[in-house]
Design a protein around this ligand. Structure first.
Ligand code: PRX
Length: 650
């Protein structure tokens, strides 16, 4: 029933187990397995305890108001996210503790103490106000991994404006769509960012995205590379350094309602149009604070490094809000892992003495292929905990990570969650859980997950089906910006009052969760979430293309690779040149991460009699498998001819 997106059988044959190492267990923040039972008995009290560890300007009157599918958490409470991430640590003895340790790709680096961060956030918040940004406005942020990125986010949060961060790899068209949807009046960008020795031309993309009609009135530009000094648009663009120069280093935090929007973040769904996922203040802060503290076992002297880009939700929750709400030291790196050499990550671990490292399976598989020689060059004995996120991790990569990065002494926490969930929902508690490589293990305390079959019955131990979440949780999405119907239809219409994740999962006999990948038309390429529809729309946007169908096929390093089957218009000759052109077209329309790996020309696409493209059969062709059930095909000859051209003859 649930489609297998590759490697699952291997996953489920895994029987190695890794109990928490003695010393880790002894020192862990959470040692008592009863936390699960306590949270199960009274989840609201469980979450309220975490919420009360944050600073509130006004206490809440009600923990949860649940009118399915609409949840309100900490109703009536008022707080400010930037105050919780910055000011309270300045007040409570962490003034001179490193909040952010940042390293640029060229090797420049900078440490921001909590006090530094407070002053920078306030200056920029005042700068935003001087540009007319008010509570309730949206601000688009399109920045590389520079300190101004978290500073901008926290400055928006401080004055009550919602940020909409766009990953630096997106193209002008993608930025334009997101700006139009969010109706941002202000955009923050940089002249460029460093990546693999080159410069990513962010300002150029930003300028293109603003051509013609746009709601954006002002653009703040960070000077990072010096590559766009002559490109400033008079009356619209202002340099970051000029904007903050005369601003005072204090700015009163805006008391925000617990349910006021903190930010929106676009993610791909099953249609061509990205969804602006809305997160609010009190619940999101509670969820990211709690999971950071328990899953990463954060201690006062940890140096915590999440290698994600802040352009994705992992960076929002686990570089910025979660670690900073805990008063932790969060490391941020601008560039690529192989610049100037393939040991860059490990050089960073050694240089700053990182104790926790949180990365994606695709990166781990890449490191595995490069070989142990690179981590072996460095002293990584400070590491004590490792994390994985973004896609299923194959046991081989898990064990390699444990052995060669963690030196066989660090628990590996595989964390399952989504942009929509705001914080981690399924993951081990490293001082308690016995790990199984490839399994995200158990729902976090207070989270009630259930795997359901097609008709909504729990599958029980040994069964597989759709992963759902039964009870509301604090950091859950509150909606899709501007599209309330899609919110209900996408997440709440499959099963009554139950959140539908779109992920397949299996439960083993001991109740461990094994995530199997998406069951919808979303593909996961190097832990980047890409909709097949988006890539298809980008392809048919090219005048030579009549029709396109995309699928994800299993890929050794990336998890999944994008394969496009394209029907071109009559009279257009097919050639390798056309393949290159179409790949480039997709990269221009969406961004380089959506560039298809393979493009196959097809005289016709396999469709059902009602005209629906049968992607499952295309996947069979691309992965060289025997074809599945073809009885619903309108014209069986279509897929046979495709298979003869591209499939492995079996
Ligand atoms: O399919 C799941 C996969 O990534 C999807 C969510 O993508 P996104 O919203 O971009 O968030 C990524 C970072 C949280 C999920 O629907 N996924 C994420 N983490 C895991 C995972 N699949 C398996 N195991 C994981 N640990």
């Amino acid at each position: 029933m649930v489609e297998n997106t590759g490697g699952i059988e291997a996953l489920l044959q895994e029987d190695r187990t890794f109990p928490p190492p003695e010393e880790f267990m002894r020192n862990a923040n959470i040692k008592d397995p009863n936390v699960y039972e306590e949270a199960r008995k009274d989840p609201e009290a469980f979450w309220a305890r975490f919420a009360s560890e944050l600073d509130w300007f006004q206490p809440w009157d009600q923990v949860l108001d649940w009118q399915p599918p609409y949840a309100k958490w900490f109703v009536g409470g008022k707080l400010n996210a930037s105050y919780n991430c910055v000011d309270r640590h300045v007040k409570n003895g962490r003034r001179n503790k490193a909040a952010i340790i940042w390293e640029g790709e060229p090797g420049d680096w900078k440490v921001y103490t909590y006090w530094d961060l407070q002053r920078e956030v306030c200056r920029f918040a005042n700068g935003l106000k001087s540009l007319g940004v008010q509570k309730g406005d949206r601000v688009t942020i399109y920045l590389p991994m520079v300190p101004e990125l978290p500073i901008s986010m926290l400055a928006c949060a401080r004055i009550g404006a919602a940020h909409s961060v766009i990953f630096g790899g997106f193209s002008a068209d993608s930025i334009r769509d997101r700006i139009d949807d969010s109706q941002s009046k202000v955009m923050i960008t940089a002249d460029g960012g460093y990546r693999r020795g080159g410069i990513v031309p962010l300002k150029q993309n930003a300028d293109e995205s603003l051509e013609g009609e746009t709601p954006v009135e002002k653009v703040v530009v960070v000077r990072r590379t010096g590559s766009a000094d002559d490109k400033m648009v008079a009356g619209r663009d202002v340099w970051w350094h000029d904007l903050v120069e005369d601003q005072p280093p204090t700015c009163e935090p805006e008391p925000m309602d617990s349910e006021d929007m903190l930010y929106m973040l676009y993610t791909s769904g099953t249609t061509g149009k990205p969804k602006g996922i809305v997160h609010t203040t009190g619940g999101y802060m509670t969820g990211t604070y709690a999971t950071s503290k328990w899953i990463f076992d954060l201690k006062e002297d940890d140096v915590y490094w999440c290698t994600a880009d802040i352009g994705w939700v992992t960076g929002h929750s686990y570089i910025v809000y979660g670690p900073l709400a805990n008063g932790a030291t969060s490391v941020m790196y601008e560039g690529s892992p192989d610049y100037p050499d393939r040991d860059r990550f490990w050089a960073i671990v050694e240089k700053y003495g990182c104790t926790i490292c949180y990365t994606a399976p695709t990166a781990i598989r890449t490191f595995m292929r490069w070989g142990e020689e690179y981590p072996n060059r460095h002293d990584m004995s400070t590491l004590r905990l490792l994390g994985s996120v973004g896609e299923p991790i194959n046991p081989e990569a898990w064990v390699w990570y444990w052995q060669h990065i963690g030196g066989g002494r660090c628990p590996v926490v595989d964390t399952w969650w989504q942009t929509e969930t705001g914080s981690i929902l399924i993951a081990p508690l490293p001082g308690i859980t016995t790990l199984k490589p490839g399994s995200a293990t158990q729902p976090f305390p207070g989270i009630e997950a259930e795997i359901l079959d097609e008709s909504g019955n729990p599958v029980g131990p040994g069964g597989g089906g759709y992963l759902t979440i039964k009870r509301p949780w604090p950091s859950m999405l509150r909606g899709i910006y501007g599209d309330p119907e899609r919110f209900v239809q996408q997440y709440w219409s499959r099963y009554p009052d139950t959140y539908f994740t779109s992920d397949g999962a299996k439960l083993d006999e001991e109740g461990y969760y094994w995530l199997l990948g998406r069951v919808d038309d979303v593909i996961n390429v190097s832990a980047h979430r890409i909709s097949t529809m988006e890539v298809e729309s980008a392809l048919v946007d090219n005048s030579k293309v009549a029709e396109a169908a995309c699928i994800g096929r299993a890929h050794e390093i990336k998890g999944q690779a994008i394969v496009a089957f394209v029907t071109i218009k009559d009279q257009v000759p097919t050639s390798d040149g056309l393949i290159t052109e179409l790949k480039a077209h997709v990269a221009t329309k969406i961004g380089p991460m959506a560039r298809p790996d393979d493009i196959y020309f097809a005289a016709e696409l396999p469709k059902t009699r009602s005209g629906k493209i049968m992607r499952r059969l295309l996947r069979d062709v691309a992965e060289g498998r025997a074809l599945g059930d073809t009885t619903t095909l309108a014209d069986p000859a279509v897929v046979e001819s495709l298979k003869a051209q591209y499939g492995d003859e079996e």
